[in-house]
Design a protein around this ligand. Sequence first.
Ligand code: ADP
Ligand code: 5GP
Length: 203
Amino acid sequence: MNKGQLIVVSGPSGSGKDTVISKAIERLGEKAFLSVSMTTRRKRGSETDGVDYYFVSEKEFLEHIENGDMLEYAKYGSNYYGTPAQPIKDRIGNGEIVFLNIEVQGGASVRKLIPEAVKVFILPPSVRELERRLRKRATEDEEAIQKRLKIAEDEMERAVEYDYIVINDDLDDAVDALISIVKGQTSKNDNINEIIREVFSHV
Ligand code: ADP
Ligand code: 5GP
């Protein structure tokens, strides 16, 4: 049976995590999957509930935490974001490659729980370009963009905690780099299934 892989991807908002991961998944095929997180933030116009996120109230989110449904969670800005545990357990057990697009506090939690997870940090080529991408994406108002840029400063200092850094300047190059990292793990993580089973034994 194929070994499952857990790939944690972090990086400042606007660095291109979603774009790079979704293109890598397209190329890796049906065995690769992006975890759908739960969040209390408002849905953007282009987003679909259950596809981009599970959009829930703060009350629902806190209930899920209390029930032990989350692998990890964190507060980013004024909203909660978290990774439902059960789909990760199932897919890793099934030999799939699972990507988590999560911020740095969540990344640190996953590293503690599952040291074998591969951690990738996506950086923009410059802060100016990060700002340009956030504005061009036009999903946040000016105040929220400023808040995200402020958080980005702290996040970028934590890039050193990651196994790999990918600079997302040319998109195709960044996708190639992420795919190489994933493929490079094939001969590692021999016991990931065992570790995942242990970590999720309560789920
Ligand atoms: P994140 O998930 O990190 O917040 P996104 O994937 O939403 O970032 O990307 C932010 C914006 O930058 C999007 O509008 C996306 O189309 C654009 N983008 C992503 N990668 C590149 C790139 N290599 N060059 C130019 N624009 C990019
Ligand atoms: P956005 O609002 O742009 O979709 O996401 C904001 C931040 O939340 C991004 O850095 C993204 O990686 C992070 N994020 C998304 N889902 C999760 C999650 O399940 N857990 C954690 N810890 N962070 C998440």
